[in-house]
Design a protein around this ligand. Structure first.
Ligand SMILES: Nc1ncnc2c1ncn2[C@@H]1O[C@H](COP(=O)(O)OP(=O)(O)O)[C@@H](O)[C@H]1O
Ligand SMILES: [Mg+2]
Length: 310
């Protein structure tokens, strides 16, 4: 049995707001999230904006702390990691790649600088000196030419910048990459290239991916497993193919229905999908309530129950 690298167990997250008359109000944005990330596998976390996907990633990298529940890294609760050294090591193993490929690159530094630093961090003793060979083999892994080293972030395209971000995650020795909408700011023509690179990194380097997206089509392209999220709850999860071929939850069907491309692999599915005659609004309403009961729809395919119309 392969052990998970990251495991979320009944994770909840409340954000506090100042309510009317200064009464603090708490909004629960995660309502008991469970999922695991494995080496060499991709889990897609799919859902519309505001469902809580990025919050999951922020909790995993300790940018935020959980309200309740646990996040385990190789079986150990990350809440127990207190020292700077421990947190630094953890963050090397679990890296984030963001939507905006420019956001994590420093415009004042060359790509050589951006890649040398993580290599030094990863090999502090042996690697006081980072060789050109090391840098070039890193570039090769992410499909960038050698002259990229001399360039600065503004001289690269969005896709090339995202390749540099992925190269940095490799350099620092990541075991898991949390990719938060990594292609949504890129031209359509390069999106697939970046997804293919992630696939290659998964297969060749055994990196585990959490692929956060609002797009079920790309999830279908690269994810072994999919978790469909709505309003802080995972409403359907399991084998990606099973979810796509046999969607159970009305919200999953709604996502499939929303796919505009008639050439997508879902066109047949969405043609027959009348969503029980309910409107999208109604579906969102019945999917919002916290539900603890689940049903099994296949060997690795589960669906949360939903509130049926009264
Ligand atoms: N730091 C924060 N403070 C208060 N509310 C937040 C914060 N971060 C996210 N939220 C709220 O949590 C919900 C989920 O947000 P997010 O995780 O960003 O969703 P997604 O990534 O799926 O779009 C949203 O309603 C958002 O407004
Ligand atoms: Mg987000």
């Amino acid at each position: 049995m392969i052990e998970p690298i990251i495991q979320l167990i009944d994770v909840t997250k409340d954000f506090r707001y100042r309510g009317r008359f200064a009464h603090p109000k708490a909004l629960q944005v995660l309502k008991g999230i469970n999922f695991s990330l494995y080496p060499g596998r991709t889990l897609a976390l799919v859902g519309e904006s505001g469902s809580g996907k990025s919050t999951c990633a922020q909790l995993i990298v300790k940018m935020q702390s959980v309200t309740d529940g646990k996040i385990l890294f190789k079986g150990k609760d990350i809440a127990g990691m207190k020292s700077r050294k421990e947190i630094k090591e953890y963050r090397s193993s679990v890296q984030m790649v963001f939507q905006d490929p420019f956001s994590s690159l420093n415009p004042a530094h060359s790509i050589r600088h951006h890649l040398t630093r993580p290599l030094k961090i990863h090999h502090p003793k042996t690697n006081k000196f980072v060789s050109v060979d090391q840098l070039e083999s890193l570039l090769k892994m992410v499909g960038l030419p050698n002259d990229t080293l001399q360039k600065f972030p503004h001289q690269l395209s969005g896709g090339q910048k995202q390749r540099v971000n992925l190269a940095r995650a490799i350099a620092v020795g990541s075991e898991v990459i949390l990719a938060d909408e990594p292609t949504s700011m890129l031209d359509v023509s390069v999106r697939l290239e970046i997804l293919n690179l992630m696939q290659e990194m998964k297969k060749k380097l055994g990196i585990g991916f959490l692929y956060i997206t609002h797009d079920l089509v790309t999830a279908h392209t690269i994810a072994d497993e999919t978790a469909v999220m709505f309003q802080g709850q995972i409403v359907e999860w399991g084998d990606t193919h099973s979810i796509i071929a046999n969607p159970q939850h009305p919200y999953t069907r709604l996502l499939i229905d929303a796919i505009p491309d008639p050439d997508s692999p879902f066109s047949e599915l969405s043609k027959n999908n009348v969503i029980f005659g309910e409107t999208a609004e109604k579906i969102r309403l019945i999917s919002t309530e916290k539900q603890s009961q689940c049903l099994q729809a296949g060997p690795n395919h589960f669906v949360r129950k939903w509130q049926t119309a009264a």
